[in-house]
Write a protein that binds this ligand. Structure first.
Ligand code: FE
Length: 493
């Protein structure tokens, strides 16, 4: 097989090693991690949950895009300086049926067709709810999230699937519920209590955005819907104390090839680079019905880092792609030409609430994705951002092999690189108990080691990111490249 990824002489990674991070992991494990370098901090107590595609093939047939891979949860439980690992596939209806059959039975959003050709896919709009994107523990429930359908509830101790979850009647069967909730650490509407904020989008010729806010008990506090003009592809959003913020990316959707079974729904979304992005501000207080819309030349945004309000302005920090390639039928995601893709870059958008203008400024040009920060700073002015990044700034796209810490006040950067054989996942920041400094905490990232075909959970020091890792916890196997995770202060063993 020819190597279709061009490698320059100074390429910091080996393409074949990178590709193996997309091998399926069909096995389910449960063990204490004993292959440890460094020392696990005894005051790091709680559970790291991660979600992502665990299977990249079904019965030997490769799926067309990793976003179509069956969701698999990994849990790392930290207790008294010991760490226990467990992974389980979410027993979605599709996972159970396809594993029984040993073959692909459902269509994937990103183009994985059922075998049998055109006629077998014609007008079959039954999609897999693959539960593979996010995971959060809230209101006593562990939820695996996938943005186009309802969550699956899991047992937080065993990761066994309990079933589809309707949040005490908040959702109806088939309702979308986004995979990117935020925890507001101190909600103005609830006398400073924390709350969980999430949304759903019902796209169409005009789109409906519904905002949900939940108390720590899981009880619904607020729900309100707003209609916005045009089709919407909205994966992530951002909150401030007053607002929920949505970037309506400039895309069009032509459903015909999808309905005819020729393409996955994700392949029918077309980026429109000549059109502006609409930035939509919805007041979180349901009594305020006003929706503010700003227009900005932005490119395409999947993920936001943070946002905050200051002096009649709203600041939004987001990862932006100048162009986005369309998912092509019959393409091989493992044959991606990184050099030919625009990098994700960190931009700050400043929305002026008084005159409706928007300014934008690039904060980081190096290819980066999966931003995080201290959870106490969600929606607040913040100083430190941590993000998966390319080990050097080539101006082009590249695999994420490093974690970058950015000081937004001083512009100082710290980099912890795992190149050439390490490929990082989304970092998660866990504050130290009773810490006063914003960066006093641990940065956890699951690193795929392509030279050993195994994954390692790295614990980095949030204050001194570039120094030796606090600890490296080597798994006995690999975990395929994942999507999102979350930290929970409770220990589940
Ligand atoms: Fe995401």
């Amino acid at each position: 097989m020819t190597n279709t990824i061009p490698q320059t002489a100074n390429s910091p990674y080996n393409t074949e090693e990178w590709k193996r991070g997309y091998d399926s992991q069909p096995n389910e494990y449960e063990y204490e991690i004993t292959d440890v370098e460094g020392n696990i901090p005894p005051d790091l107590m709680g559970t790291l949950f991660r979600n992502g595609p665990g299977l990249l093939d079904i019965g030997g047939s490769a799926i067309h895009h990793p976003f179509d891979g069956d969701g698999m949860i990994s849990a790392f439980s930290f207790k008294d300086g010991k760490v226990y690992y467990r992974n389980r596939f979410i027993r979605t209806e599709a996972y159970v049926k396809e594993q029984e059959a040993g073959k692909i039975l459902y269509r994937g959003v990103f183009g994985t067709p059922k075998p049998g050709g055109f006629f077998n896919n014609l007008f079959d709009i039954k999609l897999k709810n693959i539960a593979n994107t996010g995971v959060i523990y809230w209101g006593g429930k562990l939820l695996a999230l996938w943005e186009a359908a309802e969550p699956h509830r899991l047992n937080p101790k065993t990761l066994e699937t309990i079933g589809l979850e309707y949040l005490d009647g908040v959702l109806e069967p088939g309702d979308a519920f986004a995979a990117h909730p935020w925890v507001d650490p101190s909600c103005d509407l609830d006398d400073g209590a924390p709350c969980l904020v999430n949304f759903r989008v019902d796209p169409g010729l005009s789109s409906k955005i519904t905002l949900f806010e939940f108390a720590p008990s899981g009880k619904l506090l607020r729900r309100h819907s707003h209609s916005i003009a045009g089709f919407s592809f909205i994966h992530d959003f951002m909150i401030t104390p007053q607002y929920a913020i949505f970037f309506q990316n400039p895309v069009s959707f032509n459903p015909l090839p999808f309905l005819l079974g020729m393409r996955g729904a994700g392949e029918c979304v077309q980026f429109q680079p000549d059109k502006p992005t609409n930035v939509i501000l919805i007041a979180r207080d349901p009594s305020n019905k006003e929706v503010k819309t700003f227009s900005v030349e932005s490119g395409f945004v999947f993920h936001h880092a943070n946002a905050f309000e200051q002096d009649s302005k709203v600041y939004v920090d987001s990862i932006t792609y100048q162009t986005l390639p369309q998912v092509q039928p019959n393409s091989d995601y493992k044959a991606v030409d990184f050099e030919g893709l625009d990098p994700g870059q960190l931009w700050r958008f400043t929305l002026n609430l008084e005159d409706g203008s928007v300014e934008r400024q690039m904060l980081e040009s190096r290819c980066c994705e999966f931003p995080t920060h201290n959870p106490d700073k969600v929606g607040r002015n913040y100083q430190y951002l941590y993000i998966g990044a390319a080990p050097s700034d080539t101006g082009r796209n590249a695999p994420l092999q490093a974690i970058l810490k950015l000081d937004l006040h001083t512009k100082e950067r710290q980099l912890h690189s795992f190149a050439p054989s390490g490929f990082v996942s989304e970092p998660i920041f866990v504050p130290k108990p009773n810490a006063e400094k914003e960066d006093a905490g641990w940065v956890l990232t699951l690193v795929y080691d392509g030279s050993k075909h195994r994954s390692t959970l790295a614990i980095l020091d949030g204050e001194n990111l570039a120094q030796e890792p606090v600890a490296l916890l080597h798994l006995k196997h690999h975990v395929p490249y994942g999507l999102h995770g979350s930290w929970c202060d409770e220990v589940f063993i």
